[in-house]
Design a protein around this ligand. Structure first.
Ligand code: HEM
Length: 497
């Protein structure tokens, strides 16, 4: 490097350093380069390793880490409460959420400001209340779909089933995403829901939504729209960096959301067509956009959470947990209310703690005037976030609450007094927290419980020897994660009744 270039570069760094309010009062932990550039963070985003990269920084620097000049990651329960729960729904979302617009409309998920979000949520929330999920139509429909899943596992038996995704050509639709798809469309559209567990045409829609390889393409469109426009053709033709395209799902939802007759009162669509507050201004495209958004939000999340959990339960080290779960479920009946099964609940909490389906950062802007978060004064406009993977996997030595965080141990959710329980739940972030947390949480939990009931009251699950451990590492998609090897082969052994 010539002396002149060296001088110019140093001056540039000094200029950036003195202009950025976050930098000039810098006491934040983190690597030196993160004070000067976001390139390393972006590299990890483009290579689908952002979540594990940020986690490695937390392990090194603690629960507060600067990850880019204008971005700070937090992993403590107190910081998460401030960012996501202050004034009810926390700080406003960043423009990163523009990537998720549907039919070019903003949905509840993609609204950025609090007011707009609260207005939309008031319209939709009641269909997701636990009271609507555990009564009649929804829970019975979920149980029916779980039984279909169990029947298909029995058929596959010791041959093994790919729980992550099956090849649609061999008519093996025994996948968790198909189950999640059929359950969420039940809740959205019954009687116009899908049967992708048994019907290949419906399964094609599910596969289209699940097989998403648009990470790099979408990130580029977010960070540099002109470059994205310029390279668009090149990206998809030469580099296989495809945009997100889901024509089958788009049409399925547009057509179904237009149906008004005979809808079950528990469905979201019934609410949207027959039950809206008088001042609501949702037109037909808004209604369809909301339905498509919820449908997509309910497939990979629940499907992957179950996939990682069943894989973990199938490991030799987790066999004692599997046996205890089988015992609890086999001493219950299909009519036992699922919320009464304490060990089942603990298994699901532990699964979501270790393998949260949305493990990554949920970015928010610090409000004007700045805030103190995790003991640090952070200027307004800074991007801050927590990621479930780190909030739930940092041990006490790194500022977290979970002892031996890398160990799958459902018993931890049953130990200690009420205060201990509250402390654990404050650090449970798989569904986010506050007013913008997951609206589908009760639906997802009901689906997970009914499916595990069906599987572990009837089978022992074992890992297929063809699988390699690294295939089940978590790889980032834009918002969710998936097994890096994109398969999860598990064997089912029938229990003697
Ligand atoms: C295990 C399964 C699931 C997990 C781990 C999960 C997790 C989450 C998380 C972390 C958020 C917050 C995202 C953010 O702030 O960027 C969220 C929001 C959301 N989830 Fe889920 N989710 C699950 C299942 C579902 C299901 C079944 C539905 C069904 C409809 C659903 C619908 C939504 C919607 C509509 C939002 C946006 C809420 C809002 O902005 O107010 N999710 N979910």
């Amino acid at each position: 490097m010539t002396p002149l270039l060296l001088l110019a570069t140093s001056l540039l760094f000094v200029l950036i350093y003195s202009l950025s309010p976050l930098l000039s009062k810098d006491t934040l932990p983190g690597p030196l380069y993160a004070r000067l550039t976001s390139l390393v963070l972006k590299y990890h985003e483009f290579t689908a390793t952002r979540t594990s990269y940020i986690h490695s920084l937390h392990l090194r620097y603690g629960p507060v880490v600067r990850v880019a000049p204008n971005e700070v990651a937090f992993a403590s329960a107190a910081a998460v409460k401030e960012i996501y729960c202050s004034n009810g729904s926390g700080y406003d979302k960043t423009e990163w959420y523009d990537l998720f617009k549907v039919y070019d409309r903003r949905t509840m998920f993609t609204t950025l400001g609090k007011g707009e979000h609260a207005k939309r949520k008031r319209v939709l929330a009641d269909r997701y209340a636990n009271s609507n999920i555990v009564k009649g139509g929804v829970i019975e429909g979920i149980k029916e779909r779980a039984r279909v899943f169990g029947g298909l596992c029995e058929k596959a038996g010791r041959e093994g089933v790919d729980l992550y995704i099956s090849d649609n050509n061999n008519n093996n639709n025994t996948v968790l995403h198909a189950y999640a798809f059929d359950c969420v469309t039940l809740h959205l559209f019954h009687p116009y829901s899908t049967s992708s567990l048994t019907n290949s045409k419906d399964s094609e829609i599910m596969l289209e939504v699940t097989f998403d390889s648009s990470l790099q393409n979408r990130l580029l469109s977010h960070y540099s729209p002109p470059l994205h426009r310029l390279l668009n053709t090149l990206l998809s033709s030469l580099l296989s960096l495809k945009p997100r395209e889901t024509p089958l799902a788009d049409h399925f939802v547009l057509d179904t959301a237009a149906l008004q007759a005979n809808l079950s009162p528990f469905t979201l669509l019934h609410r949207l067509h027959h039950d809206l507050p008088p001042n609501s201004s949702l037109d037909q495209t808004d209604k369809a956009a909301e339905c498509l958004d919820h449908m997509a939000a309910g497939i990979d999340t629940t499907g992957d959470a179950l996939c990682f959990l069943i894989w973990e339960l199938s490991q030799p080290s987790s066999l004692p947990c599997q046996r205890r779960l089988q015992q609890e479920l086999r001493s219950s009946t299909p009519d036992t209310p699922i919320e009464k099964l304490a060990y089942l609940d603990a298994v699901i909490m532990e699964g979501l703690r270790m393998f949260p389906a949305i493990p990554m950062s949920l970015p928010r802007y610090v409000p004007a005037g700045g805030r103190t978060i995790g003991g640090y004064k952070i200027p307004g406009g800074t991007i801050v976030s927590g990621q479930a993977y780190s909030v739930q996997r940092l041990g006490p030595e790194h500022g977290g609450v979970f002892e031996e965080p890398e160990r799958f141990r459902p018993e931890r959710w049953l130990e200690g007094d009420e205060e201990k329980d509250r402390e654990r739940r404050r650090s449970f972030f798989a569904f986010s927290q506050g007013g913008r947390g997951c609206i589908g949480k009760h639906l997802a939990l009901a689906e997970m419980k009914c499916l595990l009931w069906e599987v572990y009251s009837k089978f022992t699950t074992l890992p297929d020897p063809r699988m390699k451990a690294e295939e089940m590492e978590m790889a980032d998609l834009l918002v969710s994660s998936r097994p890096a090897g994109q398969r999860c082969l598990v064997r089912f052994e029938k229990l003697i009744s």
